[in-house]
Design a protein around this ligand. Sequence first.
Ligand code: FES
Length: 500
Amino acid sequence: MKIRVSCRGEITEIQQPAGARLLDYLQGAGIPVNAACGGNGTCHKCRVKVEEGFLGVTSVDQLAFREGELKNGWRLSCQSRPKTNVSVFLPGAESVRSKPRVIPLVADLSAFENEALVLACDLGSTGVVVAIAHKGGPVLLEAHLLNKQVPYGADVMTRLHFAQTKGVEPLRKVAFDTIRSCVKALRETAPKLYDRAAEGGVFCAGNSAMASFLNGWNIETLAVSPFQPALRDAGETSIDGLSAHTLPLLAGFVGGDTVAGILAIEKRGVEEPWMLVDIGTNTEVVINNGKGELWFSSAPAGPAFEGGNINQGMRAESGAISVARYDAGKKHWDFETIGGDIPRGICGSGLIDLLAESVKGGLITPDGFVEGGRLDLVGDIALLADDVREFQLAKSATRTAADLLIQRAGVKPRRIYLAGTFAQHLRLDSVAGVGLLPEGIPAEAIGNASLEGAVLYASMSVAERATFIARLEKMRRPVELALQDDFQDAFVKNLDFKII
Ligand code: FES
């Protein structure tokens, strides 16, 4: 059986025996399909349009598409099993870029050719950044690329489930591939700097799943409750002769990216007690209580903050509504989109803005009720009652983790440091408006702390790393949220929005 795929102007032909799902054939051929739910039929992102041949309409297709769309040949690739030759068009795959974006952060890179340099990587589950940095910082040159694992699932749980059935190797391979592409782009842009920086290898800060995939560790225990990684040690592997090191992990879902965040805060010399919050599909919260203890936990927020599981949600790419303001008097919305383009969807920061403004403007009640089940925004773009619910679950998980950790650590932090590029784009009054973080504590976005910390870790001597790891182990106070008696009550209470 032959499957012909037209994607981003390129044609790929796949020759395979019939029997599997179309999604499996596409992924097997390395075609980047957005399969945010991992092929469960719930995200409706893996859509294809039949151009020639036949794919039957399944009951899930009927839920995902309008009648006209079905007539025009739209199907979910995770639900379709082609039996004869078929040609399909795959849209939306443009978001999985194959070429990194290289960003110089200093005007004259050649001025650093004789300096001590390091190579560090923020191995995010969505975005990956590999950077050449001055030893101890700052970063000089960055290469950004979407993690090529994204087609295997929007969040780490979906990818872990994939790895349980199909093995870690495909995910390890694409993680290598992502880093390799970034490394190549840096080498081509600044060969002299790269050669100096790469001497010690590349130091990667990633969550526990990312570190496990990269090192090829067994993920069986990480994929099921209580989510223990096979190892918590710093890892070492090799990518085409370049040694790749991963930062140590604190726990199942508090990984090397959080350890990097701790390094980034410590470098600032801030006053304790402090709180670090890294908002994402899995939100990590850490408190240094100033008494030699590091309390930490993680909350499975899901992909809502990245626009996932939101009907018209999208990543923070051009055309995504990123800022929203509502004038209740004039009943009028003002939007800003990324790149100033025509609105195509809603990204995470836009979603937080939309909800905070809607609650403030009386369009959504404080308990999340949307009259008529939808809020029309602009053009075809609307916020649906399901989206509001999805967001409430994500924000309550985050808020509850922060609240309970404050109780367990026995202190109120002086300041909350928000790690991650997502947090940088948030309006802090909207964050307060939706009740995402505990009230009365000043919050500050500190940017990509994972990359900053990876640079700091890469800059340490072997002995310094060993001392740091031993100190972390001594301070380590994990809190398993799901096992806390008061978690459920707090979670339900925190579903409500707060009004600023
Ligand atoms: S609906 Fe097909 S991958 Fe989500």
